[in-house]
Ligand binder design. Structure first.
Ligand SMILES: C[S@@+](CC[C@H](N)C(=O)[O-])C[C@H]1O[C@@H](n2cnc3c(N)ncnc32)[C@H](O)[C@@H]1O
Length: 442
């Protein structure tokens, strides 16, 4: 195949439209085609860049194509999209290469459409100065096109956070996040791991969370010796906070009700010095393997991973746990930097459905935790409905619980006037997250 990197980008974008996740599909094709690191990086840049700017790219294509994007086949549309992305967002790609390669990719599956694709792309190129002109008056529509977020999402963010904050948030959602790792302090100190990585020529910075390191120039990280030895796990800083807030001690009994792939479960084990009992549930059998693989690699043996639906009450755990983590399934709107496809796959109605699941899991958690014990409720989303409102309703229905102040467990940069914390990519340069802690007092 002449241009594997772009071909895989188009294939991945088509799969994502069918509901696939970007990172999983990319890894799948990287292995399937045994792609070189340089091609992997190029494909990733095209896929993530195109997804981040999809609505704007489509708006522009529609201006210069007599067939609308909604009437094009996925193959044709994504071939045009990646060329537009390369022309307008990538400095080092010659325009003729972007166009010619997309035309070639179209030829491989839809020979007849190649002339059309060539025509549309050349017309776009002739009108390149118009790319930043969005001739739309409506404020929500305009932001939706400019920052490629669906209109319902822009409207919800403006309702919740006001206009200026929303624009900053939309902008931040379209940036590339840092690569962050959590040092496995069961095996190595942060300083020692930092030295090892620096000796390999990797730029390493301290994060604001104690175990966090931020890395630059580390390609193929999951194939590295340090990864395979279990010296770290890839995890965003905000995702390291719920386990810290849980305030576990050696020997405790902990339940993690929504635990796969085990990022927080293994962190809890680490903070317990691998002493005590952690029971980790998840509703998806294939994901339990990920918890087991991560535990094995990190040298952790106190986690018992079990297949369970946390919405169904489990009598045997009544008054059982010192600590319960509910890292609930959610809309994931805090992760748009890493998984931009969420912008297009999540629907407004999904948030209503997720809220019901979150409340029912949290209500079950209330029965599992001992008196004077804690529940930590966290999500990787930023909506009021899945966060503050879930907690408010929980406290109304469970008068044996109070909201506990978590500030003592937060790094200085994240301390707030509130008892809970909400993290935003535009403010904190981390994934969006919500963390609240509930204490059982009776
Ligand atoms: C936000 S993710 C958890 C991430 C995990 N805590 C970590 O840090 O690696 C939510 C998890 O909840 C699981 N899940 C969804 N519905 C569930 C249910 N009813 N019972 C248990 N787990 C559920 C999903 O499979 C998913 O793995």
């Amino acid at each position: 195949m002449k241009d594997l990197a772009r071909y895989v980008a188009v294939k991945t974008l088509c799969d994502i439209e069918e509901g696939a996740f970007s990172n999983i599909k990319l890894n799948y094709y990287f292995k399937k085609y045994d792609m070189k690191p340089i091609d992997r990086a190029f494909t990733s840049e095209i896929v993530y860049g195109t997804l981040r700017n999809l609505i704007k790219i489509d708006y522009f294509i529609n201006k210069f194509s007599n067939i609308k994007t909604s009437k094009m086949t996925k193959w044709v549309l994504n071939s045009i999209r990646i060329a537009v992305y390369q022309i307008f967002f990538m400095d080092k790609v010659p325009e003729y290469a972007a166009i010619n390669e997309s035309v070639e990719i179209v030829k491989q599956k839809e020979k007849k459409a190649s002339g059309f694709v060539n025509g549309v792309l050349r017309s776009i190129l002739r009108n390149r100065e118009q790319f930043n002109q969005i001739n739309v008056k409506d404020k929500i529509k305009k932001l939706s096109i400019q920052y490629s977020h669906p209109e319902w999402m822009v409207k919800m963010f403006i309702d919740e956070f006001k206009e200026q904050f929303t624009e900053e948030l939309l902008k931040a959602n379209n940036t590339t996040p840092n690569l962050t790792i959590r040092v496995n302090t069961l095996k190595i100190s942060k300083e020692d791991l930092k030295n090892i990585l620096e000796q390999k020529g990797i730029k390493v910075y301290d994060g604001v969370v104690e175990e966090a390191l931020i890395l630059e120039d580390f390609s193929n990280i999951e194939k590295s010796e340090e990864f395979n030895k279990g010296l770290f796990i890839i995890q965003d800083e905000s995702s390291m906070l719920p386990s810290r807030v849980l305030d576990v001690k050696e020997g405790m009994k902990v339940l993690d009700l929504c635990s796969a792939p085990g990022g927080k479960t293994t962190h809890i084990a680490q903070l317990m010095n691998n002493r005590g009992e952690i029971t980790a549930f998840d509703i998806h059998e294939h994901k339990l393997k990920l918890i087991k693989d991560n535990s094995r690699r990190l040298g952790i043996d106190i986690i018992d991973a079990k297949l369970k639906d946390a919405q169904i009450f489990m009598e045997e755990y009544t008054d059982y746990a010192d600590r319960v983590l509910v890292d609930a399934p959610c809309s994931g709107l805090g992760l748009l930097r890493k998984k931009p496809e969420i912008k297009y796959n999540v629907k407004r109605e999904d948030i209503n459905k997720l809220t019901l699941i979150q409340k029912s899991i949290l209500n079950n958690a209330a029965k599992y935790v001992k008196k004077d014990g804690f529940i930590v409720y966290s999500t990787c989303t930023i909506t009021l409905q899945e966060n503050e409102w879930v907690i408010e309703e929980f406290l109304k229905e469970n008068d044996n619980f109070v909201l506990e102040d978590i500030n003592e467990f937060l790094p200085q940069e994240l301390k707030t006037q509130k008892k809970y914390v909400k993290i935003f990519p535009n403010v904190h340069k981390m994934d969006g997250f919500f963390i609240a802690k509930l204490k059982r007092i009776r």
